[in-house]
Design a protein around this ligand. Structure first.
Ligand SMILES: C[S@@+](CC[C@H](N)C(=O)[O-])C[C@H]1O[C@@H](n2cnc3c(N)ncnc32)[C@H](O)[C@@H]1O
Length: 213
């Protein structure tokens, strides 16, 4: 059963999602700019749990020559930075709704021309480019009601190039709900559930078919 803070969290973000996508996006932007009023509010750069999760996520990737990578909900770019180190030949894009988070993310990768950051809302973002690796971690629970989760999941799927891989990482067992629309729309290559931690999490990996030759 969800804890009281979890119920409050869900209720708050579900209420925001009753608004239009544009209005929800404006409020999310303000909320997350406020949340980032001091650096690294989730301690993503220092918490050993987060480091373990990043490592596990990278370990489960199908080994492929990923050239174009996007991380949606990148916050201050901690995992984006790890991706730049893990894939030294890739062009990497980080997307987040908070400009304040992105300013710190840009600082983190300063001098690395392969990494760029874009302020956008996952629900409405429709870039022309396609990516062969898409990440979305610890972000879908902010989308609120099922309709917004469905839209966001569709947008994530739209980011994939033919033969691309999408990775979603969220707390378990809530991940079963959060990954539902991805499960329903994309072939799943793997699912790993880590329960030997104070905050269990699931890594779901999806793949699109290769383009016809
Ligand atoms: C908990 S952080 C996740 C950080 C990173 N993915 C990780 O796992 O290290 C969640 C981030 O999602 C962003 N976010 C929330 N809703 C979003 C949306 N609709 N579109 C884009 N980013 C969003 C927030 O601004 C925040 O920086």
């Amino acid at each position: 059963m969800p804890s009281f803070p979890e119920i409050m969290h869900r209720t708050f973000f579900r209420t925001l999602s009753l608004l239009s996508p544009a209005a929800q996006g404006v409020l999310l932007r303000r909320y997350f700019d406020w949340w980032h009023r001091s650096p690294d509010p989730w301690k993503l750069a220092t918490d050993s749990y987060e480091q373990q999760k990043y490592l596990a996520t990278l370990q489960h990737l199908p080994p492929r020559p990923y050239r174009r990578i996007i991380e949606v909900g990148c916050a201050e770019g901690v995992f984006t930075h790890a991706l730049a180190a893990a894939f030294p030949d890739a062009e990497i894009t980080g997307v987040d709704v908070s400009e304040r988070a992105l300013a710190r993310a840009r600082e983190r990768v300063r001098g690395n021309a392969r990494v760029r950051f874009v302020r956008a809302d996952i629900v409405t973002h429709r870039p022309a480019e396609r990516f062969d690796l898409v990440f979305c971690s610890e972000t879908l629970y902010y989308l609120g009601r099922a309709e917004r989760l469905r839209r966001a999941s569709a947008r994530l799927g739209d980011l994939l190039a033919p033969g691309g891989v999408l990775v979603a990482v969220h707390p378990w067992p809530e991940a079963a709900r959060l990954h539902h629309y991805l499960d329903a729309s994309l072939p799943r290559l793997a699912k790993e559930v880590y329960t030997a931690t104070y905050r269990p999490f699931a890594i779901s990996i999806y793949g699109t078919p290769q383009a016809e030759a």
